[in-house]
Design a protein around this ligand. Sequence first.
Ligand code: TRP
Length: 373
Amino acid sequence: MTETKDFSNIVDECPDDIDVEKLIKDFGCKPFTEDIIKRIELITGKKVPSILAHGLISHRYFDELLTDYEKGVRFYLYTGRGPSSPNLHLGHLLPFLITRELQKLFDVKLVIQITDDEKFLKRDLTLEQIRQYTEQNIKQIRALGFDESKTLIFNDFAMTPTMYLNIIKVQSGVTVNHSMASFGVKSSDSIGKVAFPATQIMPCLPSSFPEFFTEIEQKTLRCLVPCGIDQDPYFRIAKDILHKLGVARPVLLHTTFVLLHTTFVPSTLGVRTKMSSSRPDSAIFLDETEQTLKKKIQKSFSGGRDTAEEHKRLGGRPDIDVAFRLIQLFNTEPATTAQIREQYASGQMLTGQIKKLACEYVWNVLQSCKSGI
Ligand code: TRP
């Protein structure tokens, strides 16, 4: 379990073993609850898809956004990707898939920032590598099927003068101390790292995109950011500076980490290992074959019992079962998921069957994500 109280370096050295509950508490976020789902259904008149119901852990000010929405204040979505590897994995895909569903639910505009500049500053990659990853990542992201007429994808190296202007406005309102403390930047680091947060905050200002938003939208839209909780510090420091610039604070939705390996200590939620490109065995990639996918899911943590006899007698434990979690996220029919849960928990269904189903659902998602590439 992560013992550190100080999460200042979470952005660039996000620990693999994450105690999510502790992080939510330390960061002062609110859990994403059943009540919020009901509220969204009431407001939109639509069913909230499983990936949203099970893929979000916490939020900042989302209740405020919904209250504003009921009063007629609209919002846009903003999310992003740092192009540090050629292929996205399921952990990267989840926030994008969630964003896609939110775009469908609320029928709103979406801005996607590709932070090629960030990866040049923080990773040992050449500009040429980053250019290739950026191109490939954008292709993969586009293929996910966002509403094209309402989606803007841009990379920082190709930003417009208006975006740059807003970056400078943000930079002028953030001190070196604040940036260093919030992101664990050391004085021996490059000045680029200290300044970078302004670049990731910039898309929270709708006026950065005058070709994309109407004049009224630029003045009135709120910004909703679905992202991993490791990105939270950017948006926490955004609050004050945006206030000074007369812009509403961004609203955050934190996505769950998709796990393959996890060990659950009885009665606590224990240690979880998030998917990481640097440990290919821990992650399911877009270009996985059916065979390699099966192997990875086969090795995932199971809530089944040691013997078939014991399993039938005591039943499986869906809530700590990685394969079941994958089914929950990626099966689009909640009724079948409920049936699977019941049959697994009662011991009728065995671990092997759960893993086989998880493979099918994840394979379908990977196929659909690749179909437009
Ligand atoms: N910094 C993020 C990364 O390294 C990329 C990013 C930019 C982002 N803007 C964002 C992520 C907004 C989530 C939301 O991947």
